[in-house]
Design a protein around this ligand. Structure first.
Ligand SMILES: NC(=O)c1ccc[n+]([C@@H]2O[C@H](COP(=O)([O-])OP(=O)(O)OC[C@H]3O[C@@H](n4cnc5c(N)ncnc54)[C@H](O)[C@@H]3O)[C@@H](O)[C@H]2O)c1
Length: 175
């Protein structure tokens, strides 16, 4: 139980990797808020059925006020926030020369701006607390990948965002 009494938020936790990350955190003893725009109730039920502590929060990561409310919910429900996992992400693949601007914008919005809001809202609390862990899920595509200009750009942005956050807040106990 390496994370006993730690409190975590995982975005995009309704299914896929986010759900797996949330389950593993709960297995290690963390109290986990599973946040997703599609109901994460089933994933929460799986964790609580296994003896873990978890609750669901409906959020759209592209809305800053909802991300702020999500962090507040974790603090109000479990008393603190130790671990923020910005995992929610989407793909809208297509060759760059034919990519509609809306497919560019929505992927940047969810994958990069969503991680920005999650990182910023977590930092506001963690910098005062003097500790915290922020985990932002990028992708090997950040180096460039056929048909994924939008996704590669967003995931490269996530790397820059994360390295900058580390440089700015490591001295406050946040990695
Ligand atoms: N699956 C892979 O092979 C792979 C590889 C590298 C990186 N990744 C990254 O890992 C993360 C998870 O991938 P996955 O394959 O589990 O994805 P997935 O599509 O299975 O799950 C993504 C979850 O995010 C949620 N979501 C989407 N948009 C949202 C929004 N605006 N607000 C809140 N929630 C939202 C969805 O409802 C869904 O539950 C993504 O960031 C993805 O880019 C995945």
């Amino acid at each position: 139980m390496r994370l006993k009494d730690k409190v975590a938020i995982v975005t995009g936790a309704g299914r896929g990797l986010g759900k797996g990350i949330a389950k593993k955190l709960a297995e290690e003893g963390a109290k986990v808020v599973l946040a997703d725009m599609n109901s994460p109730d089933e994933a929460v039920a799986e964790i609580t059925a296994g003896g873990g502590t978890a609750s669901a929060f409906t959020v759209n990561v592209t809305k800053q006020e909802e991300m702020q409310a999500m962090v507040q919910y974790a603090i109000d429900t479990y008393g603190t926030l130790d671990i923020m996992v910005n995992n929610a992400g989407i793909n809208k693949d297509g060759m760059l020369h034919k990519m509609p601007a809306e497919n560019w914008n929505v992927v940047i919005d969810v994958d990069l701006t969503g991680a920005f809001y999650g990182t910023q809202e977590a930092l506001k609390y963690m910098r005062t607390q003097g500790s915290g862990r922020i985990i932002n899920i990028s992708s090997g595509s950040w180096l460039g990948n056929l048909g994924q200009a939008n996704y590669a750009a967003a995931k490269a942005g996530v790397v820059g965002l994360t390295k900058t956050a580390a440089r700015e807040s490591a001295q406050k106990g946040i990695t």
